[in-house]
Ligand binder design. Structure first.
Ligand SMILES: [Zn+2]
Length: 225
């Protein structure tokens, strides 16, 4: 029988050593359910567990979204914060939830000391929130959704309003809604719906739906007061 995992070779951006890491075969990537903030629940293995590659020799953790090239400043900081204390753990085989979380936290640390693009940092934080959602840990999920939201706002402020940012604006609305800031959520959804230059019909529809959901959330909140 075909195993869900297969191994690929990666080259560490820091120490340049080759190492093996696991990926999930596409035939096993079957989403059972997708949440309104794009979190996918998978039927068997979770491909998200294998997004981060971790060099077993130095601890440098990265995803395919990381920029290549490491500055001398990064090298010094990485050496002191990660490499010096690295225990040589190999995350190349099957990963438990706990191990997957560790790989994301390592990638987040590397991205932060590398001053990686806000979009990359936001994506890692959002994935960490999803891991906690999977476990049903609402408190940790909200903590990381909040951090992801702050990074997505920086992305928006840097990139400005582009037609292709409808998905980002929708996400800013939806994360605000999930954090209970309904007025803020509605403002973002309204921008997607009312902006005539936005052509992304899927995001316009999603924004309409979640705008209605936010209104319902507000009414429920008022009713319970
Ligand atoms: Zn390395």
């Amino acid at each position: 029988m075909l195993e869900p995992l297969y191994q690929v070779t990666e080259v560490c951006g820091y120490c340049e050593t080759e190492f093996r890491t696991s990926k999930v075969r596409s035939s096993f990537k079957k989403a059972a359910h997708t949440d309104t903030d794009f979190y996918c629940k998978f039927k068997t293995v979770n491909p998200d567990f294998y997004v981060v590659a971790v060099c077993p020799f130095c601890g440098y953790a990265f995803t395919e979204n990381f920029s290549s090239g490491l500055s001398p400043e990064f090298r010094t900081r990485f050496e002191l914060t990660v490499r010096k204390n690295w225990q040589g753990v190999d995350y190349g085989k099957e990963r438990s939830w706990e191990e997957a979380l560790k790989t994301y936290k390592l990638a987040l640390l590397c991205a932060q000391i590398k001053q990686e693009k806000e979009r990359v940092v936001a994506g890692l934080l959002h994935h960490i929130a999803w891991l906690h959602r999977e476990k049903g840990d609402v408190e940790q999920e909200k903590r990381f959704l909040q951090l992801a939201l702050e990074e997505y706002i920086k992305v928006y402020e840097r990139e400005g309003i582009h037609v292709n940012n409808a998905r980002l604006m929708y996400l800013l609305g939806e994360l605000n809604r999930r954090l209970g800031r309904y007025n803020e959520a509605v403002r973002w959804f309204a921008r997607v719906v009312n902006d005539k230059t936005i052509m992304d019909s899927a995001m316009i529809r999603a924004s309409r739906d979640q705008w209605a959901a936010a209104r319902e959330n507000m009414q429920e909140e008022q009713a319970s007061e």
